[in-house]
Design a protein around this ligand. Structure first.
Ligand code: DAH
Length: 341
């Protein structure tokens, strides 16, 4: 019996140390130590031994069981270590490999200009507001004192929705004046940049979608002097100190009086050049004192409050600033173009 155990010891330890994987080890455990395993088989023969021999044999069997168990555990941890090594090797990262070239996006030149303008107005205490591009004709026209029959309401100029002429794509950011007056507590100092839409054919200076920035101040005692002083300051920050401005009378239905603001051409100093198309002046924006009818339509008493407003095209400003000669370049988003700014 002792010999049988010695044989079992030799065979099992050899098999265990040769096992190549965890499953194989488990199979060996069953083979040697399981209920129907080889050690149990030997122990069954204990009955043939004398009472004196049994304890010593029992001890030997126990020692053999624990030796086999230990050998299995040892082999198991050696195998899993090897497995881990293989895994690490397979997943190894070559830190010396050159990185892939990541192309980072680029800020659009028009948004450079917009951010510059936002900064100027934020510095003057204005808030920036956002509003719908799909608008009611009521807000885009009627509440701005633009009557039925006004040419800008024509189907040929404005994108209306289906057959319903009460809903449209806003043609200007001016409806934001109405939204602000209807929802905000007074006084108001706001700017509202955004997209606007008109039925224009695409060419070097026209696009059916472009950007405007609206601005408005409503408070007690606001006059044309506030309009001029504020806009002169803004223009100076955009075009540089000493920029000469001119406020030219104009007509807008929602302001009274109304004006357009020109700057003396910063290229030629007013002599006339391609930048100002020979005029000596460059038109920058439309503005005026908010019409009393517009104020009262929004529930604001024109006897108590007054205000001024302006609207400015952004593309033209960016084109002037970066000497872009074709509007289409601004919307095509060709990286070769954008990367220049
Ligand atoms: N909404 C006008 C346009 O698209 C621009 C404008 C003019 C806005 C005068 C104003 C303003 O706020 O006071 O041509």
């Amino acid at each position: 019996m002792k010999e049988l155990m010695q044989k079992l010891r030799d065979a099992s330890l050899e098999a265990i140390s040769a096992a190549e994987n965890i499953d194989g080890l488990e199979a060996l455990r069953v083979k040697y130590l399981g209920k129907k395993g080889e050690l149990t088989g030997i122990l069954r023969q204990m009955g043939q031994l004398s009472a004196e021999e049994r304890p010593a044999m029992g001890q030997l069997a126990n020692a053999l069981r624990s030796d086999i168990e230990n050998a299995i555990e040892e082999r198991k941890s050696a195998l899993s270590e090897k497995l881990m090594e293989l895994k690490l090797e397979a997943e190894a990262v070559d830190v010396t490999l050159p990185a892939k070239d990541v192309r980072i996006g680029h800020k659009h030149p028009m948004y450079n200009v917009l951010d510059q303008i936002k900064d100027i107005f934020i510095g003057m205490g204005f808030e920036i507001v956002d509003g719908p591009e799909v608008e009611l004709a009521d807000y885009n026209f009627t509440k701005l004192n633009i009557d039925e029959g006004h040419p800008s309401r024509e189907w040929t100029d404005t994108f209306y929705f289906a057959e319903d002429s009460s809903i449209l794509l806003r043609t200007q950011t001016s409806p934001m004046q109405i939204h602000a007056m209807e929802t905000k507590p007074l006084p108001i100092r706001m700017i509202a940049p955004g997209r606007v839409y008109r039925k224009d054919e695409v060419d070097a200076t026209h696009s059916p979608m472009f950007h405007q920035i609206e601005g408005m101040v409503i408070d007690k005692g606001i006059t044309m002097a506030d309009l001029k002083a504020t806009l002169n300051k803004v223009v100076e920050k955009i075009y540089g100190e000493g920029t000469v401005t001119r406020f030219r009378p104009h007509h807008f239905p929602f302001t009274e009086p109304s004006c357009e603001l020109d700057i003396r051409c910063h290229k030629c100093g007013g002599k006339g050049c391609p930048t100002c198309k020979g005029e000596g002046w460059i038109e920058v924006l439309g503005a005026g004192m908010v019409h009393p009818k517009v104020l009262s339509g929004c529930g604001i008493d024109p006897e108590e409050y007054s205000g001024w407003a302006f609207g400015m095209g952004l593309e033209r400003l960016a084109m002037g600033e970066y000497k872009i000669t074709d509007l289409r370049l601004i919307f095509e988003n060709d990286v070769r173009f954008l990367e220049q700014f």
